[in-house]
Ligand binder design. Structure first.
Ligand SMILES: CC(C)(COP(=O)(O)OP(=O)(O)OC[C@H]1O[C@@H](n2cnc3c(N)ncnc32)[C@H](O)[C@@H]1OP(=O)(O)O)[C@@H](O)C(=O)NCCC(=O)NCCS
Length: 299
């Protein structure tokens, strides 16, 4: 597993903590399905592949990942791995490839995957972030009557979890590019609140009166780096600076945990989110293409 974590990190251009992989393996929902394969040479993992389906995914859906060590590319390993994973099953296959990795894009496209979505990635340096800008954003929202608190400050019982799920899933309904089936409350608990990465204090909520109207969630997968997992605001409350304040609070939280950067991925068509990130000082990085391959069993 340490070698697999290293390969995943190489593919993401950012270290991937072994603990994150261990937690993922240990807590993977029983109702989902997952197979991992490796190619080894003299005890070293030189190629890794995974095919998986979460419980809420359509039965035919599979997310496929393949990564070879740079020195072991162009030797047919990736092809053998991909073909084996495709052969395991699933008729609607998805893969994500970095948009600046022409070789890997050519590889998956040669195997019949087609681009359908572009994610922009960006990162904020927490050592140089404009703190005044963050405080102003939080202050402005609070002055307008919005209250902010973390999930850790709630009872964290089943009712609170249901409210968290609700604000997450309802605000997410019109996120550009989110055409996948949504998890039920029970499935969502297995993949979110029961997951190893879930930090109650990093789930920041916005409320107006008693209603939870927005959520800004952050988390960490590698030392000293945080990730913006999700930001969403219920439709009637948008355009009032709530998401900007939630992001500012997430940034402050990551700083308080000793992080030096925070990263995010956003659909190229998500104009409001991209505008918020630009204003807070996030700097563009290479992003990702999502690709899919439909396999017809009809013939
Ligand atoms: C993205 C989202 C969280 C923004 O919430 P919000 O509370 O309305 O955000 P704010 O009011 O803080 O800021 C919105 C910004 O987007 C800008 N904006 C809104 N629509 C825009 C558009 N079509 N084009 C460009 N900018 C736009 C606003 O001008 C504002 O920027 P400003 O403060 O510099 O003027 C909300 O639209 C949402 O929940 N969408 C669905 C979930 C989603 O897509 N989440 C992001 C993925 S993690």
């Amino acid at each position: 597993l340490p070698q697999i974590a290293e390969l995943i990190g190489l593919n993401r251009n950012e270290p991937y903590a072994l603990q994150t992989l261990l937690d993922f393996e240990e807590k993977f929902p029983a109702a989902g399905s997952k197979r991992m394969l490796v190619a080894e040479q003299e005890g070293e993992v030189v190629c890794w592949g995974r095919t998986m389906r979460m419980p809420h995914d359509a039965p035919e859906h599979r997310q496929i990942d393949v990564a070879s060590l740079p020195a072991f590319r162009q030797k047919g390993l990736g092809t053998a791995m991909l073909e084996t994973l495709v052969g395991i099953g699933g008729e609607s296959l998805k893969a994500n490839v970095r948009d600046d990795d022409a070789e890997s894009l050519r590889f998956v496209e040669r195997h019949g995957f087609v681009r359908y979505r572009h994610l922009f990635e960006s990162r904020l340096n927490l050592e140089t972030v404009d703190l005044d800008l963050l405080w102003q954003a939080i202050d402005r929202a609070e002055q307008s009557g919005v209250r902010f608190f973390s999930f850790a400050e709630t009872a964290m019982d089943s009712e609170a979890k249901r409210r968290l799920w609700s604000v997450n899933s309802i605000s997410n309904l019109d996120q550009p590019g989110q055409d996948e089936p949504k998890p039920t409350f029970e499935d969502w608990c297995t993949i979110v609140t029961d997951a190893g990465w879930f930090e109650p204090a990093a789930q920041i909520l916005a409320a107006v009166g008693d209603e939870w109207v927005g959520l800004g969630a952050v988390g960490t997968f590698s030392p000293a780096r945080y990730y913006n997992l999700y930001t969403g605001v219920l439709k009637p409350y948008r355009g009032r600076g709530i998401a900007t304040a939630l992001k500012a609070l997430g940034i402050r939280y990551a700083q308080s945990r000793g992080a030096t950067s925070i990263r995010t991925n956003n659909d190229s068509q998500n104009a409001p989110m991209l505008s918020i990130n630009r204003r807070l000082g996030y700097q563009p990085l290479p992003g990702w293409y999502s690709l899919k391959k439909e396999i017809s069993l009809a013939s």
